[in-house]
Design a protein around this ligand. Structure first.
Ligand SMILES: Cc1cc2nc3c(=O)[nH]c(=O)nc-3n(C[C@H](O)[C@H](O)[C@H](O)COP(=O)(O)OP(=O)(O)OC[C@H]3O[C@@H](n4cnc5c(N)ncnc54)[C@H](O)[C@@H]3O)c2cc1C
Length: 418
């Protein structure tokens, strides 16, 4: 039995989120008929997280976010163990141990443990009324708090913080976003697009304070105010989103190589133990679109990595992982979409679309298009994905008087003529 042929001894997946779900779906779709067990510490069926920060949810029924109904797992003979986390991994004995006291052996183990919110390192972060959103239960807590909150302080101007700022605005609250860096969205988008987004948030009534540090959160029984380097802000609800850290402690404690994520090779196997793979937010892997190793936090990455490992373990031909990264974030009425991976040193060219608010930022490296950020321009995003997925590069010169949509159309027409 090879590391990639789990056979009758079975596959154990730790983590029932986007990536874990993708692994087990691809395993069964690929014809694997050995035992498959998924452990997840949450009490819910595997679900999608993006809706959690894009709307105020007050009732569990608002959140129909399960990836598939429960019957999906039964019909495919996938053993889904909800509410039981794996607390130890013995790679020599190829066994996982769970909090509930189970010990389960595997022929291949997949770590799909995701990430957790980076804790807020200020006094008062544990007061009532201070929240972060990662799980379905977090989203319900924030949604309920928003029914009465008047003054909301969002700490962190990243994707999740900005989405939640708009959710709070839509409920009529006064909203201030406090960001330590001198601009929103740090390295995630170009400074040009970050500036446009800031303007859109300010136009919607959100106050944005960049270059501002939070010193403390104060209150007696619950939050009352946030003390910052630029003054004190009244607050009856604080939501923070200051990044995430991979849940790689199980791997580290078992002696697998980790470095801000489980280190895996181009086929997503642990570099220490070929009988272990890691996928999604918890994995750090080589990628043809980036120098060095990357750890990406996106639905696309979790889904595609899970599918690759599931197919590989089902005995299908294994390729190196290299799918084009793409991402979206809905910030109130504004849709931000990203295709490719931009580096801070890339040249960025802004292009206005043919309707108000539509904008694209093309990022070039050495004269070649490597990434595209769009605001409210889904057609341009899709054209970017199609073009960036192809081997033929898009050169800066080809975009002097046309958009990516235009270039894609003229390339298609040329193909038809040929
Ligand atoms: C609020 C929010 C909004 C987002 N919006 C977007 C978006 O708009 N677009 C986008 O592309 N991405 C978005 N993302 C990111 C995206 O949801 C994640 O990248 C994706 O869910 C990662 O999938 P995963 O399976 O790696 O991790 P997760 O989906 O987090 O699943 C990991 C699961 O493993 C469980 N687990 C961890 N350790 C153990 C253990 N030891 N034993 C058992 N179970 C364990 C966790 O509890 C969790 O249920 C968002 C994320 C959040 C939190």
């Amino acid at each position: 039995m090879s590391a990639d042929r789990p056979g009758a001894a079975g596959v154990v997946v730790v983590g029932g989120g986007q990536a874990g779900f993708s692994v087990v779906s691809a395993l069964r779709a690929g014809g694997y008929d050995g035992p498959v067990t998924v452990f997840t510490d949450e009490p819910h069926l595997p679900y999608q997280r993006p809706p959690l920060s894009k709307k105020a949810h007050t009732e569990p029924d608002d959140l129909r976010v399960s990836l598939v109904p429960e019957s999906f797992y039964g019909e495919r003979d996938i053993e889904l163990r909800l509410g039981d986390d794996v607390v130890a991994l013995d790679t020599a004995a190829r066994t996982v141990h769970t909090r509930a006291g189970l010990s389960v052996s595997y022929a291949h183990l997949v770590l799909a443990t995701g990430a957790r919110n980076r804790p807020l390192p200020v006094p008062g972060a544990d007061l009532a009324g201070v929240h972060a959103v990662r799980s379905l239960d977090d989203a319900l807590a924030v949604g309920r708090a928003l029914t009465t909150a008047r003054d909301v302080v969002v700490i962190g101007g990243g994707f999740i913080g900005l989405e939640l700022a708009q959710v709070a605005r839509s409920r009529g609250a006064r909203v201030t976003v406090v960001e330590l860096a001198d601009r929103l969205l740090g390295r995630a988008v170009s400074p040009q697009v970050a500036q446009h987004l800031r303007q859109r948030h300010e136009e919607s009534g959100v106050t944005v304070r960049t270059g501002t540090a939070v010193r403390a959160i104060e209150g007696t029984d619950r939050v009352r105010q946030v003390v910052t380097s630029a003054g004190t802000l009244p607050a009856d609800l604080v939501v923070y989103g200051i990044g995430a850290v991979p849940r790689d402690e199980l791997a580290r404690d078992a002696g697998l190589a980790v470095d801000d994520g489980v280190l895996v090779d181009e086929q997503l196997r642990s570099v220490t133990d070929p009988r272990v793979s890691a996928v999604g937010d918890c994995a750090r892997n080589p990628h043809p679109h980036a120098p060095g190793l990357v750890r990406l936090e996106s639905v696309q990455n979790a889904t595609d990595q899970g599918a690759l490992v599931g197919r590989r373990l089902a005995g299908q031909p294994a390729a190196a992982y290299g799918n084009l990264p793409w991402f979206w974030s809905d910030q109130g009425a504004v849709k931000l979409q990203i295709a490719g991976l931009r580096e801070p040193s890339d040249d960025v060219r802004l292009v206005a679309g043919d309707a108000p608010g539509r904008l694209a930022a093309y990022a070039f490296r050495g004269g070649r298009l490597v990434a595209v950020e769009t605001l409210d321009w889904p057609a341009e995003h899709l054209a970017a994905r199609r073009l960036l997925e192809r081997e033929t590069p898009v050169l800066a010169d080809e975009l002097t008087d046309t958009t990516l949509g235009g270039l894609a159309r003229s390339r298609r027409a040329a193909e038809v003529r040929a």
